[in-house]
Design a protein around this ligand. Structure first.
Ligand code: HEM
Length: 333
């Protein structure tokens, strides 16, 4: 929301800021209150106490990141110069901590903190190349129409009307519905749906989308296999997998081209015939107690080093930081 201003000077500045944000092609980061969004996200999952507003059900893990020889050529971040420790969390999308691991269309999430004495590098990414909404206000409405009614179910008509008026919000579900339910958190690719800018030591900038490519490949479950699974199997599957070998993901930068949108995470960039550069490999080695991941939030906006920047004109990017902080304070108190 644009805050009300008390002085004429402030009004003029506020109007200018609003005009600038409209010209930039999007609503401003303040176009919906982060606390209101968190409330709506938690309500959509049934208002469970002490849950994350998204990714409520998940598994905390640890491992390491080893950069490729090419990575420092794109970004001067120290994390791209040596192997660094990683704390991470895989999760199911949404605020329902009791959601079935078989749920579809639901994103699987991968939040990761690459630690370095100079500061952390945090990415929070999902198993789809697009996010569901392009502005915070749209996310507020997207979540609000999904609040369960007295019968415990959302109003299907409201969702239909919203989808018809906001067709870009249906792309993520369509993408997920066209693919099988992942058999493992380690058997699916993840995307950082925003456009990042990587800057090297000489100041040269490269705009790229980041993708975490599962070395295990895309491990999907058939409908019959799905029927035979319990509602919670990802944590045990991961434990069993990691007892044999680390689960690895290649971090790949897919380089942008002139007309690629950088302010709208509901639009995927084409990946075919694109230049891409492998930045390194994450090796997830073992499960980690939940408390390690629950103590803080993975803030993908505040915790970025020099050499890696999020998109200044994507309103969905900026609003993540205050929303994650609100969610943390509610679940921690
Ligand atoms: C745009 C791309 C986005 C992606 C890929 C994404 C993905 C995720 C994932 C994977 C988690 C789980 C983190 C964990 O395991 O701790 C998460 C948490 C969360 N997300 Fe997002 N999210 C996005 C945007 C947003 C936006 C725009 C908002 C709100 C304005 C939001 C609100 C939240 C909140 C409040 C949490 C819980 C944070 C916590 O309690 O620690 N997300 N998100």
């Amino acid at each position: 929301m644009v805050s009300p201003s008390s002085s004429p000077g402030a009004v003029a500045l506020g109007t200018l800021a609003l005009a600038a944000s409209l010209l930039a092609g999007g609503a401003s980061a303040q176009d919906a209150d982060p606390g209101a969004i968190v409330n709506a996200l938690v309500a959509a999952g049934g208002n469970q106490p002490k849950v994350r507003a998204s990714g409520a059900k998940g598994v905390c893990v640890k491992g390491s990141f080893t950069p490729s020889a090419e990575a420092p050529g794109l970004s001067k971040a120290p994390h791209f110069t040596r192997t660094v420790p990683v704390t991470a969390r895989f999760s199911m999308g949404g605020s329902n901590a009791k959601i079935s691991d078989k749920a579809k269309p639901v994103t699987r999430g991968f939040a990761m903190r690459l630690a370095d004495p100079s500061g952390d590098m945090v990415f929070v990414v999902i198993s789809a190349p697009v996010f569901s909404t392009k502005t915070p206000q749209q996310l507020l409405e997207f979540a609000t129409v999904r609040a369960p009614g007295p019968d415990g179910k959302p109003d299907a008509d409201k969702i239909k009307v919203f989808a018809a008026a906001n067709p870009e919000t249906t792309r993520q579900a369509a993408w997920l519905n066209a693919r099988p339910v992942p058999a493992s958190f380690a058997g699916v690719d993840y995307w950082g749906v925003h456009a990042y800018t990587l800057t090297d030591a000489k100041g040269a900038a490269t705009v790229a989308k980041l993708k975490w490519v599962a070395q295990a490949g895309q491990l999907g479950l058939t409908d019959d296999e799905l029927k035979g699974k319990p509602d919670s199997f990802y944590a045990d599957e991961l434990k069993e997998r990691l007892s044999k070998e680390p689960a690895k993901f290649d971090l790949v930068a897919i380089l942008g081209e002139p007309n690629d949108p950088v302010n709208d995470p509901t639009v995927a960039w084409p990946e075919e015939n694109r230049k891409s550069v492998k930045l390194g490999t994450i090796a997830i080695a073992a499960l980690e107690p939940d408390a390690t991941c629950d103590a803080a939030t993975f803030d993908p906006v505040a915790d970025l080093p020099e050499g890696v920047a999020g998109p200044a004109t994507d309103p969905m990017f900026a609003v993540r930081s205050p929303a994650y902080a609100v969610s943390l304070s509610r679940r921690a108190n």
